[in-house]
Write a protein that binds this ligand. Structure first.
Ligand SMILES: Nc1nc2c(c(=O)[nH]1)N[C@H]1C(S)=C(S)[C@@H](COP(=O)(O)OP(=O)(O)OC[C@H]3O[C@@H](n4cnc5c(=O)[nH]c(N)nc54)[C@H](O)[C@@H]3O)O[C@H]1N2
Ligand SMILES: Nc1nc2c(c(=O)[nH]1)N[C@H]1C(S)=C(S)[C@@H](COP(=O)(O)OP(=O)(O)OC[C@H]3O[C@@H](n4cnc5c(=O)[nH]c(N)nc54)[C@H](O)[C@@H]3O)O[C@H]1N2
Ligand code: SF4
Ligand SMILES: [Mo]
Length: 730
């Protein structure tokens, strides 16, 4: 009997509070741990399929919810991209749902502080400012930039409905050289059929660290069947650990290695003659050029022994066509060197000489889902009548550049020139992920209006005029995704798992609401649900089925065999007339990197960077669990070749100073035999300078702090490894 309330027996108490389950379980928690555990174990669990947003891979996952809280996630075994597994950053990042650093309502800058503002008021004020800028400067002064998102087509629609061509992605600091090289040669970016390959050569790609879970599983599968794996990387990467052979190449010289491989294939008559005669153009001109590049020449340039190049090439030719050179991503030729575009071309051509194009165990053209259109039901605005100021697209300054991606790291320059006046930055953090932050900060701060759509006060959001908080990925349903391409295409769906904790909204809703306030609502008379239905319509699957499964196969199975390519000739363009017309080498030929360290100067190094398996770009360093792992395993250090470090009088763990033409900083060093002596390597996830990100603030350095602003002449990429630094003991 309760002394203070004689009528309330324990049984009575249970009855009274039966309606408020939360209070009941809390009283249990306080009363008895075992009872609490029991109650918890017995609570029903809901499993909801969705997509991880811990990085751009967007793996298929199942989220489990218990008592309204996220319980755990598991990999969806049917998802092409991750085949049932998830990575450490995916596991870690989900906890950011409960991170206190999250933005809890829209914010407006007042002086140098943020104040909460309602969504309505924020939209109205943003719209007024945009209208004024449109009136004064025209639509070309407005831009939108985002991480490539499944809802990007709505952002593009918004820019087009305002008359602006300025939609950008992060491509120019990630992959535009690689993509352009493949597109110029075979018409599109292909995939790699790892699991059926007998011989896999990977040049500067690290799927076990710059994670691609499906690829790692498929490599392991191939190896179990006896395939050989060779990794060419100046660094003993996580993928090199899996390899039969690791070839520590001198950075920036992969083109020389590939030219020598081609030299051997042709000289020793090892190439696939039938394929070359029937499916390629320009083989003769190639022969004339590559005579200049025997392995003995390449050895001097790339520091891989001539006899190794010979042997690897012969071994690959033996395995052809079930062999491949990985298509690459960021690290070696995505957006790194002056010669990256030519390197990507050389890589595509070397694969072609092995006759492996669209072959099992080789390079293949993945099936990807062709979504339905919103029109005619929701007519699209006309395309913009003006060209992009960054010069991408015909007949722009960078006709080989990607019009769809644009050159995002040109935005600050265009703002400094006064040509861009207002912008929306969505799920993108250029202040931390673009080269030369001083310029980037100056550029973005010069904008008359900067609107950031983020989940936390990133470096970029911290300088915005308005910050619109997007709901965390587990709190929102998004546009149907087609990222999971493969032997059969898939559609997938990120759907809401828990209720939003704060006054936040999903990205697509924000775009639609912005459009309505900007007076272009007639192009946005739909919501995400209707849009998803329209887009699934031609694929023969329903939204209900997709919600139930998370990912669904659609369309036909991939078929082996050559098909007409999307190049002007329909064939593999070993000789590329388009390049000739534009004044670039039409056949790959050797080109030195833009800068190189001084071999006689003990303090001079090329600065390389790259991914660690537990971090994504700039966005996970603030995750307390992941940062704790970085600290525990001492992962925040700069890698340096052991012998060179010892010559500088350094011991493992010492502090060093790095200095370049644009920046300097201090970091601890990791001395290792697993790195080419000419370079140092900095993990790319640290160096957060937003004071609002309390866990990550001021820990470690970032490579962007040392890079000048560069635009390569072919596609305008950032050439992010063309930097020599001085490293000294601090
Ligand atoms: N953990 C994690 N995984 C990710 C991401 C992430 O942020 N974190 N991001 C995703 C994205 S957007 C991308 S672009 C990919 C990137 O995936 P990758 O391109 O595989 O990753 P990187 O670490 O940039 O570079 C790969 C390797 O290139 C090597 N390298 C550097 N310079 C040279 C060179 O001149 N020649 C050669 N041969 N090798 C060189 C580096 O030592 C590194 O081991 O990862 C994706 N997956
Ligand atoms: N410092 C650094 N710079 C890099 C790289 C690197 O590893 N480190 N890698 C290079 C490469 S390969 C690439 S692809 C680019 C990537 O460049 P970014 O796309 O700029 O990289 P992220 O760090 O992923 O930035 C994502 C931003 O989105 C926010 N965000 C995360 N989840 C959500 C969400 O659900 N909604 C919204 N609205 N925002 C969200 C994060 O808080 C962060 O501010 O950077 C390049 N530059
Ligand atoms: S690779 Fe990891 S972080 Fe990226 S989507 Fe997959 S599970 Fe998430
Ligand atoms: Mo990337």
């Amino acid at each position: 009997m309760d002394k203070h309330n004689p009528k309330l027996t324990r049984r009575g108490f249970l009855k009274v509070t039966g309606a408020t389950v939360g209070a009941l379980s809390l009283s249990h928690e306080l009363l008895d741990f075992n009872q609490w555990v029991q109650a918890h174990v017995n609570s029903p669990v809901t499993r909801i399929p969705t997509l991880c947003n811990g990085c751009g891979n967007r793996c298929g996952i199942f989220a489990y919810v218990k008592n309204g809280r996220l319980w755990k996630i598991e990999g969806n075994p049917e998802a092409n991209g991750n085949l049932g597994v998830i990575c450490p950053k995916g596991h870690g990042y989900l906890h950011d749902l409960y991170n206190p650093d999250r933005i809890k309502s829209p914010l407006k800058r007042v002086g140098n502080k943020f104040e909460p503002i309602s969504w309505e008021k924020a939209y109205k004020e943003i719209a007024q400012k945009i209208n004024l800028i449109l009136m004064d400067n025209g639509p070309q002064s407005i831009f939108w930039v985002n991480y490539p998102q499944p809802n990007h087509s709505y952002a593009l629609r918004l820019m087009h409905s305002l008359g602006s061509p300025h939609y950008f992605t992060h491509g120019s600091t990630c992959y535009t050289a690689r993509n352009a090289g493949w597109v110029a040669t075979v018409g599109e970016l292909p995939s790699v059929d790892l699991s059926h390959s007998k011989y896999i050569l990977i040049i500067g790609r690290n799927p076990a660290g710059g994670i691609d879970l499906g690829q790692v599983k498929r490599i392991v599968e191939a190896k179990e069947k006896g395939a050989k794996l060779v990794v060419v990387d100046p660094r003993h990467s996580e993928t090199a650990i899996l390899a039969d052979e690791w070839l520590p190449i001198k950075p920036g010289t992969d083109l020389a290695f590939l030219l020598a491989m081609m030299n051997v294939l042709v000289k020793e008559d090892l190439y696939d003659k039938k394929f070359v005669v029937e499916k390629t153009i320009g083989f003769e001109q190639l022969g004339d050029e590559i005579i200049n590049y025997p392995p003995e020449w390449a050895e001097k340039v790339c520091e891989i022994p001539a006899k190794t190049i010979l042997r690897i090439t012969r071994e690959m030719a033996q395995a052809k066509p079930k062999c491949l050179i990985h298509r690459g991503y960021h690290g070696a030729f995505g957006a790194q060197y002056l010669n990256s575009f030519q390197t990507a071309r050389a890589l595509a051509i070397t694969n072609s000489l092995l006759g492996n194009i669209n072959q099992k165990g080789g390079i293949y053209f993945a099936q990807s889902a062709k979504l339905g259109e919103l029109q005619p039901k929701h007519p699209a605005p006309d395309g913009p009548k003006i060209g992009k100021l960054d010069g991408t697209g015909v007949p722009g300054r960078y006709p080989l550049g990607s019009y769809g991606d644009g050159i995002a790291h040109a935005i600050p320059e265009l703002a400094l020139r006064g040509e861009l006046k207002a912008g929306f930055v969505y799920h993108y953090n250029p202040l931390r992920t673009n080269p030369n932050p001083k310029r980037v900060i100056a550029g973005y701060q010069k904008l008359e209006l900067l609107v950031a759509i983020d989940t936390v006060l990133s470096e970029t959001a911290s300088v915005a005029h308005y910050v619109l908080p997007e709901s965390f990925y587990l709190e929102r349903t998004e546009a149907v995704d087609t990222k999971h391409s493969g032997k059969r295409a898939q559609v997938s769906l990120q759907q809401q798992v828990v209720k939003p904790m704060y006054d936040t909204r999903p990205g697509t809703q924000i775009i639609i609401e912005l459009a309505k306030h900007l007076g272009v609502g007639k192009y946005f008379n739909f919501d995400i649900e209707e849009a998803n239905r329209l887009r699934l319509k031609p694929l023969g699957v329903t939204l209900e089925q997709l919600k139930e499964k998370g990912v669904l196969f659609v369309g036909e199975e991939w078929k082996e065999g050559f098909k007409k390519l999307d190049t002007p000739s329909g064939k593999v363009e070993i000789y590329c007339k388009t390049l000739e017309r534009l004044g670039f080498p039409a056949i790959p030929r050797w080109e030195d990197p833009l800068v190189s360290p001084d071999p006689k100067d003990p303090y001079s190094y090329r600065l390389l960077h790259g991914k660690q398996a537990i971090h994504t770009h700039s966005m996970t360093a603030n995750q307390p669990v992941l940062m704790a792992l970085s600290q525990r395993y001492d992962l925040i250090r700069l890698w340096m070749n052991k012998k060179r470090g010892e010559r500088l009088g350094l011991k493992d763990g010492d502090w060093v100073k790095i200095k370049s033409i644009v920046g300097e900083g201090k970091v601890r060093v990791r001395l290792t035999e697993g790195l080419h002596p000419s370079c140092v390597w900095l993990p790319s996830g640290y160096g957060i300078f937003s004071k609002n990100l309390k866990t990550a603030y001021d820990i470690g350095l970032n490579y962007n702090d040392f890079l000048p602003t560069y635009f390569d002449p072919t596609v305008g990429h950032s050439m992010s490894s063309e930097i020599v630094v001085q490293v000294t003991k601090a």
